[in-house]
Design a protein around this ligand. Structure first.
Ligand code: LMR
Length: 334
């Protein structure tokens, strides 16, 4: 009887050791946007690639639409190890202590994705990701979303149109300065709260790439959309350094490959997704879409571009100069 009990115990222990050996490493990947957006799709793509390339040793669980954490909470959760991966907007890194990421928010700094990639793939982009290490994080990649439109219940094609409007922004001081530059009153707010704030009139308007506007149904509570393309919104995929360094080397290397492939995928769908979303907003007939004329665009640009000098102390004049050089931009020539 006694021998049988010992034997049964041994068998159970062996099985549980085997189960433990086979239990996958779980990566909780939390984000705040809809699944059907460039970031939503890229994180699902990464989950698939990670399972494939690690042969099932890693299981990535994606939590979209702030279902697990909102903006601020997800940052805390990553640092505490409650989630292992995030892809916050570059406008949200100041609370982590790397406020230089706000350079990506500077209005009218990038004309297109090509110029933007010169920075994300160049020395400035790389040095920003490296700075995260001092915060206990690892920056794995930049993922594109797109160029932002403005929305409100009135047209927003001229600088004067913004005067006195309460505009929701992400938690970036550069975006705060940008809205003030056209006389608006910026309101920092979590992404998950924007739709309701627009619907109830807590704020009058907002800015986002069309993919976010459309998938959050913001166009249903905003009568006008101006395709200003005044600024860029994209992401840095980040992980907890302790977690990342603690992974078996073969797993980490497979995940790096999965991330590189996901980045290619993310950046290949971003523009098309945003173009399609804008088309859907147009088709819905709920918002009127206007493209500012060349003269209106120039007026908006002149009003907003002064933010570059205003914010140089915060994000580093040397960073701004390096970007001007890479993109061949000279604000004095406007
Ligand atoms: C926002 O808060 O407007 C964006 O950062 C949301 C996102 O992650 O694209």
């Amino acid at each position: 009887m006694k021998i049988r009990t010992v034997f049964a115990g041994l068998v159970a222990a062996t099985f549980s050791v085997m189960a433990m050996a086979q239990a996958p490493i779980v990566i909780k990947f939390s984000h705040v946007v809809a699944a059907d957006t460039p970031k939503g799709k890229a994180s699902e793509f990464f989950a698939k690639k990670a399972a494939e390339l690690t042969k099932g040793k890693v299981k990535v669980e994606v939590y979209a639409n702030s279902t697990l954490y909102k903006d601020k909470e997800e940052m805390e959760a990553l640092q505490l190890g409650a989630v292992q991966m995030l892809a916050p907007s570059l406008a949200k890194f100041a609370p982590l202590g790397v406020k230089e990421f706000e350079l990506f928010d500077l209005p009218y700094l990038f004309d297109d994705y090509k110029e933007l990639h010169l920075v994300t793939e160049g020395p400035v982009g790389k040095s920003l990701l490296q700075k995260l290490e001092t915060r206990g994080l690892v920056g794995l990649a930049y993922w594109d979303n797109g160029f932002k439109v403005m929305s409100a219940n009135k047209p927003l094609n001229n600088p004067e149109d913004y005067k006195g409007l309460k505009m929701r922004i992400q938690s970036s001081n550069v975006l705060d300065a940008q809205m003030r530059a056209v006389g608006a009153i910026p309101q920092k707010m979590a992404f998950s709260e924007v739709y309701q704030a627009l619907q109830t009139g807590v704020v009058d308007g907002t800015e986002n790439p069309p993919s976010n506007l459309y998938t959050q149904k913001m166009h249903e509570v905003q009568k006008h959309v101006a395709v200003t393309n005044h600024g860029y919104l994209g992401y840095a995929v980040i992980t907890n350094k302790k977690f990342w360094d603690g992974l078996p080397a073969d797993v980490r290397s497979a995940l790096e490959t999965a991330m590189a492939e996901s980045t290619k995928y993310a950046n290949s769908i971003a523009k098309e997704d945003n173009d399609k979303a804008l088309e859907e907003v147009r088709k819905s007939g709920k918002s009127q879409i206007a493209v500012p004329t060349a003269a209106q665009k120039l007026a908006l640009k002149k009003a907003m571009v002064k933010v570059h000098t205003e914010m140089a102390g915060r994000i580093g004049k040397e960073n701004i100069d390096a970007i001007y050089k890479a993109t061949n931009f000279d604000p004095s020539k406007l």
